[in-house]
Design a protein around this ligand. Structure first.
Ligand SMILES: Nc1ncnc2c1ncn2[C@@H]1O[C@H](COP(=O)(O)OP(=O)(O)O)[C@@H](O)[C@H]1O
Ligand SMILES: [Mg+2]
Length: 253
């Protein structure tokens, strides 16, 4: 069979608004497979909305999203999602293993319990995020960074080629940030395409193959050195760019 497209995600003329106020306006971008892509832009820029549109969670006013050449409507299960930590109820009584197994639910027929292959996929995913030893712990007992990794396991267990993560590094300490980055890199090496919302410009070039700079409109998509261009950043971040410069200076010292 001839491969229809080599793009993991194709977004054309994407326009999304809430209460008639546009959050995204005419966004056009094609994301190649097997890449680790960072989505950057200031607060309220539409980063989460962009991720939700790729998942088909928000209905665009205009434009289309294709996943591996297929309209997002018909691409259910091809994209896995790790929501922002704040969007999850951590008091829910469920074990780490059960959370990972949730990633398999789309694949388990309603009349059966999880099969060996589902349980194996869940355990493999926990191994990938190095959380196997915690399999029987309650999710609520874990640290923020561990919870984040378990949610990455849930997404990995789904077996999708494409993973979308919304600010996985938010509110974690430096060693957890390392651990999460390693999971992202491991997932990429295993053939996944990852699109990751990231708010820290000072690490963006180091972490990602490509960056996507967004503020309602797409300002740039490409190699970090092209996107982290002072003119572009000052257009997008306006007054806040000074903070970025300070961060860069600090790193150089
Ligand atoms: N459910 C919603 N209802 C109304 N407005 C929303 C909703 N979600 C996001 N917005 C608005 O859309 C814009 C983009 O939001 P968002 O995609 O969350 O940005 P980011 O993730 O970059 O901070 C913001 O102005 C935000 O207030
Ligand atoms: Mg957001």
């Amino acid at each position: 069979m001839i491969k229809e497209t080599s793009f993991a995600i194709e977004v054309a003329h994407l326009t999304v608004s809430y209460n008639a106020k546009p959050a995204l306006l005419d966004v056009n971008v094609k994301i190649e497979a097997d890449q680790l892509v960072g989505v950057i832009g200031p607060n309220g820029a539409g980063k989460s909305t962009f991720i939700k549109a790729i998942l088909g969670f928000v209905k665009p006013d205009l434009g289309t999203v294709k996943i591996q050449g297929t309209h997002v409507k018909n691409a259910k299960g091809r994209v896995a999602y790790v929501p922002q930590r704040g969007a999850v109820d951590w008091d829910f009584p469920i074990t780490v293993r059960e959370v990972a197994l949730m990633g398999r639910f789309q694949k388990i027929p309603w009349y059966t319990s999880p099969r060996k292959k589902d349980r194996d996929a869940a355990m493999e995913a926990l191994d990938m995020v190095r959380m196997t030893d915690f399999a029987h712990r309650q999710i609520g007992e874990l640290s923020g960074g561990q919870q984040q990794r378990v949610f990455m396991a849930r997404a990995l267990a789904q077996g999708s080629d494409i993973l979308l993560l919304d600010e996985p590094f938010a509110g974690v300490d430096a060693s957890t940030e390392r651990a999460i980055l390693e999971v992202l890199e491991r997932a990429k090496r295993s053939g996944k395409t990852l699109v990751v919302v990231h708010h820290d410009l000072s690490t963006a070039a180091e972490y990602f193959d490509k960056l996507l700079l967004i503020k309602q409109r797409l300002y740039a998509y490409g190699e970090p050195y092209m996107v982290l261009n002072e003119d572009l950043l000052s257009q997008v971040y306006e007054g806040k760019l000074k903070i970025f410069k300070d961060v860069v200076k600090k790193e150089e010292n």
